[in-house]
Design a binder for this molecule. Structure first.
Ligand code: C2E
Ligand code: MG
Ligand code: MG
Ligand code: MG
Length: 285
């Protein structure tokens, strides 16, 4: 409140205590509580082979029911966790849980979103190695997804981290492709194994549309650079057909399954493997 303070002095509105700041402080405290009381959950969304329809991979997505205040979507709390540094314990929680959950499910590949701050963290590589050892998760089945927006800020750092993880057998996907401004030059020098076409590029995707030109161009570019392509946000058969014809390798989206808790995902996997006439899910333990 701008009130007069003494003689003709006007207090300046203090932006550090505005509503946004209070909300962030509250969420920061709630994340701390959530971490220590086990409120966070990991859900799993299938990624299917575009040609065969087989579930070949799964993306781990963080969920926060927030016991007292109600659920908050990851887009909202991840940003706050990045600002407070809580992304480090949160990120390791997701990685460890997902590795434990997915390790027994045959040859399924696992994709985990990694924040820029984690990539920058000097301890991250060692912590990843530790989780892989603890969970016995084969590194060649693990993929990190990193969002395009980060690349511009720290190109050398990303190239180094990508190389290190690749040398350990992991692969790195460029997430949300098409929402940032990655130059073709950088795309080539990074050594990503996959790009994930952002769901916003699939809007209005019908044969002959501009969206179709853009998407097939992106797929050609990626293939030319020896990368594989995943489309996210696939919701209709028409989109899936078009992406398949354009040479997209994997498809992910509500058409094939929403993100779901582990037990539902295992049932989904068993159903889809049965439908394709494969052996049922083997749960090793
Ligand atoms: P993302 O990595 O690009 O994940 C894909 C998002 O698209 C997910 O949103 C997923 O639920 C949603 N999605 C998948 N298929 C469809 C579809 O067919 N239609 C529509 N409309 N949406 C679809 P979600 O789970 O809300 O996550 C949002 C973002 O939050 C993620 O985007 C990712 O950037 C971030 N995030 C989620 N979990 C983690 C995490 O464990 N660590 C980090 N660093 N970020 C995470
Ligand atoms: Mg992702
Ligand atoms: Mg993302
Ligand atoms: Mg994405």
């Amino acid at each position: 409140h701008a009130k007069t303070q003494g003689k003709g002095q006007i207090a300046v509105y203090n932006p550090t205590f505005d509503e946004g700041r209070l909300h962030r402080l509250a969420v920061e405290a709630q994340i701390g509580r959530g971490l220590s009381s086990g409120e966070f959950e990991v859900h799993y969304q299938p990624e299917v082979d575009a040609k065969t329809g087989e579930v070949v991979a799964v993306e781990a997505l963080l969920r926060w029911p927030r016991r007292l205040e109600g659920p908050l979507p990851p887009d909202e709390f991840i940003e706050i966790a990045e600002a407070t540094g809580q992304i480090h314990p949160l990120g390791m929680f997701v990685l460890e849980r997902a590795c434990r959950d997915i390790a027994p499910l045959g040859n399924l590949r696992l994709s985990v979103n990694v924040s820029p701050a984690q990539f920058r963290d000097a301890h991250f590589e060692r912590q990843v190695a530790h989780v892989l050892e603890q969970t016995q998760f084969p590194p060649h089945r693990l993929q990190f997804e990193i969002t395009e927006g980060y690349l511009l800020a720290n190109p050398e750092r990303v190239v180094r981290a990508v190389e290190t993880f690749k040398s350990r057998g992991l692969s790195i996907a460029l997430d949300d492709f098409g929402t940032g401004f990655t130059s073709i030059h950088y795309l080539r020098s990074y050594g990503f194994s996959h790009i994930k076409i952002d769901k916003s590029l699939l809007i209005g995707l019908s044969p002959g549309s501009k969206a179709a030109m853009l998407v097939s161009g992106a797929i050609m570019l990626a293939c030319g650079l020896d990368m594989r392509v995943i489309a996210e946000g696939v919701e209709t058969d028409e989109q899936a057909d078009l992406l398949r014809k354009a040479g997209c390798h994997k498809l992910q989206g509500f058409l094939f399954g929403k993100p779901m808790p582990l037990d539902e995902f295992v049932a989904h996997l068993a159903r889809s493997r049965r439908a394709l006439g494969e052996s049922p899910v083997r749960i090793a333990s």
